[in-house]
Design a protein around this ligand. Structure first.
Ligand code: GNR
Ligand code: NI
Length: 164
């Protein structure tokens, strides 16, 4: 196992669209394991492969406080959404920035688990937010894209200033 480096906004590589995984082999399961280690160490509640510069549709999530519900989402698909809710979001690729974003309140999603088994799950609350945030990453989208151009410009400037 190893922790992986996380790309920081506004890195262009965060804009790449990830490709579906067609074979869950040892390389993919090792990536999943390293992503969990990276996410728990950060600490964060989710991590998309895009953020560690791997452009495959792989996500790990654990929204619990005691690391008791690790979820692997390979080739995730949001099948349906319901309602809308506004909530503060952060991102490991935009450290120190928290802004309110509107998301679907409830979702149903499908994905493959670490062994390649398909599953479907309903989500609300923080899990629903996190799945939407991570699927966006796989499509090269970041939560700041939902903010005003003015706010986004300020965040970009701040990130570039803190870069070394
Ligand atoms: O750790 C994270 N916390 C978080 C809080 C509110 C909404 C979304 C998130 S996801 C974020 C980890 C991350 O950047 N995943 O891509
Ligand atoms: Ni993020």
């Amino acid at each position: 196992m190893a922790t992986l480096d996380i790309l920081i906004y506004p890195d262009d590589r965060l804009r790449k669209v990830a490709r579906p995984v067609d074979d869950i082999n040892a390389e993919v399961t090792a990536l999943v394991d390293d992503m969990f280690e990276t996410m728990y160490e950060a600490p964060g509640i989710g991590l998309a492969a895009t953020q560690v510069n791997v452009h495959q549709r792989v996500v790990v999530i654990d929204v619990t406080e005691d690391k008791s519900d690790p979820l692997t989402l390979i080739n995730p698909e949001i099948l349906s959404t319901e309602g809308e809710a506004q909530g503060d979001e952060g991102c490991l690729s935009i450290p120190g920035i928290y802004e309110s974003v509107a998301r679907a309140e409830k979702i149903t999603f499908r994905a493959l688990d670490r062994s390649g088994q398909p599953y479907e799950r309903d989500a609300d609350g923080l899990l629903a937010v996190c799945v939407q945030h991570e699927v966006d990453h796989l499509d090269g989208k970041m939560f700041v894209d939902y903010l005003s151009a003015l706010k986004r410009r300020r965040i970009k400037k701040k990130m570039l200033k803190h870069e070394k």
